[in-house]
Unconditional design. Structure first.
Length: 154
């Protein structure tokens, strides 16, 4: 599979941006929560910015959301950071042996299955918003979303 951790890190970033006081969601603060390097967060924030999901300016502390979490689907986030086209989620090995019955037919047999699986994944992601994930987090923590920042990042 070709899915990287950029996708969940991007969702994590968006949720932190939504619950952080203006100007406080720096790449360092987000990186601390994600447990990664701030450079990783800046790259992901740049991808989210190019997709129109966040607004970030170099040298200015804290990015901000361009629309509410309830208006951002997981599919939008996935596409922003993974950039996968149809049939690119799964890959069949590049050079099977054309002299073998299986080798010469494996790609043609597997590709329709992989395309259907990718479409199913994208359909689920399209039906789920980042707000849904944030709500699940607040429920797991037993807190109200407005209190989320104070409780988890104080």
């Amino acid at each position: 599979m070709n899915i990287s951790t950029k996708f969940p890190v991007a969702v994590h970033t968006l949720i932190l941006l939504s619950v952080s006081p203006p100007g406080t969601a720096t790449s360092e603060m987000i990186a601390s929560s994600v447990n990664t390097n701030p450079v990783v967060i800046r790259r992901i924030t740049g991808m989210l910015g190019r997709a129109g999901l966040v607004e970030a300016r170099a040298g200015v502390a804290g990015a901000r959301l361009r629309k509410p979490l309830a208006d951002i689907t997981l599919l939008e986030v996935y596409q922003a950071v993974n950039g996968m086209g149809e049939g690119e989620l799964f890959a069949v090995h590049d050079s099977p042996n054309p002299n073998c019955e299986v080798g010469r037919n494996i790609q043609a047999a597997m590709n329709p299955i992989f395309i259907a699986a990718q479409r199913a994944l994208e359909q689920v992601l399209e039906q789920t918003t980042v707000a849904d994930v944030a709500g699940d987090i607040s429920q797991l923590e037993g807190i109200q979303l407005p209190d989320f920042f104070a409780v988890t990042h104080s």
